[in-house]
Design a protein around this ligand. Structure first.
Ligand code: OOB
Length: 577
């Protein structure tokens, strides 16, 4: 296994293989197999582009060759920050084929997050799009490469400016000819001289073939990629997922969601999130031989026509988006004759909203309670309405082990609320290079402490009751309070800072920062100044506090720690006024 990752103990690995959870597949072989079976059938629809399985497979191969030519090797880390475009999947499958590891960044991440994960993972390359949603990622790349010495390459989907166009890597090295039959997505300018591809890294064909042939195929037990954790600490944590464990999770997800080659999955959430990637998401749909439709925006105006045109059968939303869709559906009464399942997850979906899904959208609701660390729970499609509306589902695998415990790690009585611990065939045994944190985040026998407070009903279904982790769940986007607090503390006018969740009708939660100003500072910094300061530090916009309150001191717990509970109560009082 990759250095810095925790493998499953051998007896568990044996068990998961014996029980058929881990079947020895890799993502590279999975796509090859699907291309053999489904050849000309469409795998991905992105705007006007329709890419067949065979084409996806062939383009992935060419891209993998191009990446090897510029020096991407097995186990190299490559930060991928792309919106929902077809290149996202060509890139990750190419990296999987090489045995290099995508490190998934979210489109909303900015200098602080990208520099940190690039540096921490010692990434060799950073793959971006040129512009998206009014933001120029090349400008971000310019800042990031100044801070991260390991980054040899910036590859750009679209107009590369001084960087390298990803499209050039699909070309044959000697001729400079594009080896691609799907030309409409290519940019006009192409290098006649392939040595233009990168300043120094392009190898001759001989050298490349020699290096290429010495590269071992990735193995199923190898780490396939690193994903970002929602985080509870000052610095984001990276989650290593293996081919074996991740493919198991998406195979099972596809089964539970009834996917087959006639399924059409609409991806409206950013595909780098674990939920739209694998629950069953894009990868589960490809596993089942279905069709993935990529949406650039999630609004009903964009998504509804696409649902009808592409005969979408399943899609996945976070609760705030589901509310917007339900309101729009109540207004315009659309008809989605093909839609079978609407998944809602990532944050708690209210029973009230859940009960409106079937009548307004004409499909079954499926609640999804999962985490990038592994465990995913689903309500089943044939569950009674009451279960679907009031619970967050049950674990997808019979090999998922669940414990609900009190503060002393003793199991609570059935039906009582406690901390959810879990281990299983697709739940990690440790974060990447985080030994100290792992000792706290996992029990000594390998259970992951999810930080969620849950109860389990008589039928074994989980109801999420709250959270004991220091995190804000802002409509599905996770924010580690400590990370934002550390940035606030760097402000010269801030003496102390505490970030808490603030209840919000639409997003479920927003963030509020309580600040004690430095007594030595003449004038109090304004909320706007503090926000601008955080933005300047390169923090993603969704982490910037929605509300800022100034206090002279913080309420304390009996042991002298800042009482976030008291701060939340204070906030609720202020909200009532
Ligand atoms: C998903 O993954 P993450 O890693 O962004 O966030 C995980 C956390 C959970 O520990 C829980 O606190 C919260 O998000 N959460 C929910 C929930 N789904 C996730 N809380 C209440 N109700 C739900 N339905 O969010 C994720 C990963 C895979 C599938 C679905 C969601």
């Amino acid at each position: 296994m990759l250095a810095g990752c925790s493998a499953w103990p051998e007896e568990f690995a044996k068990l998961y293989r014996r029980e058929g959870c881990w079947r020895g597949e890799t993502f590279g072989s999975m796509l090859r197999e699907r291309a053999k079976v489904y050849g000309d059938r469409i795998a991905i629809v992105s705007g006007e582009r329709r890419i067949s399985y065979a084409e996806l497979d062939a383009r992935t191969d060419r891209l993998a060759e191009g990446m090897k030519r510029i020096g991407i090797r097995p186990k190299d880390r490559v930060v991928v920050q792309l919106p929902n475009v077809a290149a996202f999947f060509e890139v990750i499958f190419a990296l999987f084929r090489i045995g290099a590891l995508p490190v998934f960044a979210l489109p909303l991440h900015r200098r602080h997050e990208i520099s940190y994960i690039s540096e921490f993972s010692e990434a060799k390359a950073y793959i971006i799009t040129d512009r998206e949603a009014g933001f120029d990622y090349r400008e971000l790349a310019r800042e990031v490469i100044r801070e991260v010495p390991t980054l040899d390459h910036v590859l750009v989907v679209g107009e590369p400016e001084e960087f390298v166009a990803l499209e050039k890597l699909y070309m044959e090295p000697e001729t400079g000819h594009e080896a691609d039959s799907c030309k409409e997505n290519e940019k006009a300018e192409r290098a006649d001289d392939p040595s233009q591809l990168t300043k120094s890294k392009l190898r001759s064909r001989e050298e490349f073939e020699e290096v290429g042939s010495s590269m071992a195929e990735p193995r199923p037990e190898d780490v396939a990629f690193l994903q970002l954790s929602g985080g509870t600490t000052g610095l984001p944590k990276l989650i290593p997922r293996t081919h074996d464990d991740y493919i198991y999770s998406l195979r099972l997800s596809a089964e539970i969601c009834g996917l087959d080659e006639n399924s059409v999955y609409l991806a409206v959430l950013p595909a780098a999130h674990n939920y739209p990637l694998s629950s069953p998401g894009v990868l589960g749909t490809l596993y089942a031989g279905g069709r993935v439709v990529l949406a650039r925006g999630a609004s009903p105006e964009e998504a509804f026509p696409l649902m009808i045109r592409e005969r979408v059968t399943i899609t996945a939303l976070v609760p705030p988006l589901a509310l917007v869709w339900l309101d729009a559906a109540a207004r315009i009464k659309p008809s989605f004759p093909h839609l079978q399942v609407l998944q809602v997850g990532g944050a708690k979906f209210s029973a009230e909203a859940a009960s409106r899904v079937k009548s307004l959208l004409g499909c079954q609701l499926q609640q999804v309670f999962g985490m990038a660390e592994g465990l995913v729970n689903y309500t089943r499609l044939d569950d009674p309405d009451e279960t679907i509306i009031n619970t967050q589902g049950r674990p997808m695998s019979t090999w998922d082990e669940i414990r609900v415990v009190d503060d002393e790690d003793v199991e609570v009585k059935p039906g009582e609320v406690g901390h959810l611990l879990t281990r299983g065939p697709y739940t990690i045994r440790g974060y990447y290079k985080a030994e100290e944190h792992n000792a706290r985040a996992f029990t000594s026998d390998g259970f992951y402490r999810t930080g969620d407070l849950v109860r389990i009903d008589a039928a074994g279904y989980i109801v999420v009751e709250g959270r004991d982790k220091d995190q804000i769940n802002r409509g599905g986007e996770k924010i580690a309070a400590e990370e934002v607090e550390n940035h606030l503390l760097a402000h010269p006018g801030v003496h102390d800072a505490a970030v808490v969740a603030m209840l919000d009708e639409y997003l479920g939660e927003r963030t509020c920062a309580f600040i004690i100003p430095k007594p030595t500072v003449d004038s109090l910094p304004s909320s706007a100044q503090i926000r601008a300061f955080l933005t300047d530090r390169g923090l993603a916009a969704y982490k910037i506090p929605d509300r800022i309150e100034f206090l002279d001191s913080f309420p304390k717990t009996k042991v002298g720690k800042v009482s976030k509970k008291a701060l939340r109560e204070l906030l609720a009082e202020k909200q009532r006024c």
